[in-house]
Design a protein around this ligand. Structure first.
Ligand SMILES: [Zn+2]
Length: 447
């Protein structure tokens, strides 16, 4: 459907001078433009590999990009290679190829990404720059091994034109930005983004610091920003040999109000932050299932529930959800029972869903027009639903007593805080996603 080379074309060979039917729907291939970190790659000593691997590697990446995949996975099973494309978090079968070709692609991608193409003894990581249809991309290349020991390739693609840095770009709910600003005004405490990896947690961490008014506070960063921008936020030059605690007291003496940190890695590191947290706002990230679990984890790492209760100010987590395709979404009038069941106001007049194909036993129904925008997937792109737990007096009391995450969550709900489900319903009511998608995301727990 996306003009894959060698696909079943069956005509449409218009306006072309060559009469080769197989090339009829060929599209321009991606162009590769060197490694991300600038490591030079010399293709000359690998001319044999380039000859067999470069075009198939370009075809694989082109296929992924034209189908809007964020990740391409290549596996070798028996005598065949098979790609899997992840489009907005959902897996689709890609193309199949002979084992030799798949092996050549793996080696070629490793070479282009600045890795050792011959080394199959350990996982490798690298990256390359690419351009497709005039858009710049970053392709992170990673190899790992399946439980059976077979080498597996991941290519993670990111369109560099799409910025996801500010609260607005990230779709923060209306109340979240003012809440962050209100808490930062206390000039103390820990603000955390949380969620499993791949849930958008790093974007949320950047969104939290970007929510602060840079003209009111002195904000310093110790975090690795990668390709993201942090305008008016000063990179603090760490003195060689200083640990985090010493660096933070230097920032405090330099009258810093807010410090932006890399993700927290463990108990020892967190313990070093407790004193600086009394004088400044620290923003970081912690890997946990959700906000309440993150609070419990902070208590566990500090081995002191009361300290966790006083240290924390706000924990925000998120889940990604697909957005309905603007060009083919279908409006429907929800019945009152449905509205009551999902908790939407009874006056809701219209909701949207992915278009349903006409029922087979209805010969009069017109067949669906294929949608080019989404390739008939019904969804294009994703946004985040957010959940936040603010440390109110009641929540602090619960946390200090070592309450379970479920109790913390229930109290947050009772105080009207933002929950994933509530925020997801906002997106449904706004017609940006569907009830079916919301259900899918919650039932795909642990993905
Ligand atoms: Zn569509």
């Amino acid at each position: 459907m996306f003009g894959k080379k060698g696909g079943s074309s069956g005509g449409g060979n218009t306006g072309r001078e060559n009469d080769d039917d197989e090339e009829a729907d060929e599209i321009d291939l991606v162009s590769f433009q060197g490694t991300i970190d600038g490591t030079p790659v010399d293709l000359k000593p690998h001319s044999k590999l380039v000859q067999v691997g470069l075009v198939p590697a370009k075809e694989m990446v082109t296929d992924g990009l034209s189908r809007r995949a964020e990740t391409i996975r290549l596996d070798i099973k028996g005598e065949r290679g098979q790609t899997t494309l992840y489009v907005d978090g959902v897996a689709y079968a890609g193309s199949r190829m002979a084992k030799n070709e798949a092996m050549a692609i793996m080696q070629m991608m490793k070479l282009l990404a600045g890795c050792d193409p011959k080394d199959r003894s350990k996982p490798q990581k690298g990256g390359l720059k690419a351009t497709f249809e005039d858009r710049p991309y970053e392709a992170l290349v990673e190899t790992s091994f399946s439980s059976e020991g077979a080498e597996r390739l991941y290519v993670r693609l990111r369109n560099l034109k799409v910025k996801l840095d500010t609260p607005e770009e990230l779709g923060f709910p209306a109340k979240l930005k003012p809440l962050v600003r209100e808490l930062v005004a206390k000039r103390r405490g820990l603000i955390l983004a949380t969620g499993p990896s791949g849930s958008g947690v790093t974007s949320t961490r950047f969104g939290l610091v970007r929510a602060i008014d840079v003209y009111l506070y002195a904000i310093f960063t110790l975090a690795d920003a990668g390709t993201r921008e942090l305008p008016n936020i000063t990179k603090f030059e760490v003195v060689e040999g200083d640990d985090v605690e010493t660096t933070l007291s230097r920032i405090s003496r330099a009258e810093g109000d807010v410090v932006f940190l890399d993700p927290l890695e463990g108990a020892e590191q967190l313990k070093l932050l407790t004193d600086p947290c009394e004088k400044m706002v620290l923003i970081s990230e912690i890997a946990a299932k959700d906000a309440a679990s993150a609070i419990a984890l902070v208590g566990k790492w500090l081995e002191d529930q009361a300290k966790a209760a006083s240290l924390l100010e706000l924990v925000v987590s998120q889940k990604l959800i697909r957005l309905l395709c603007k060009d083919c979404k279908e409006a429907f009038r929800p019945n009152p029972k449905l509205l009551a069941k999902v908790g939407l106001p009874p006056e809701t007049k219209v909701l949207y869903r992915k278009p349903e194909p006409p029922e087979e036993d209805n010969p009069k129904a017109a067949p669906l027009e294929p949608c080019e925008t989404c390739g008939d997937v019904g969804y294009v792109g994703r946004t985040a639903m957010y959940e936040s737990i603010q440390m109110t007096d009641q929540i602090r009391e619960l946390v200090a007593k070592g309450a379970a995450p479920d109790q913390i969550k229930a109290q947050a709900r009772a105080e009207g805080m933002l929950t994933l489900n509530k925020d997801g319903m906002r997106l449904v009511a706004e017609g940006r996603t569907s009830l079916e998608e919301l259900q899918r995301v919650f039932s795909a727990e642990g993905r």
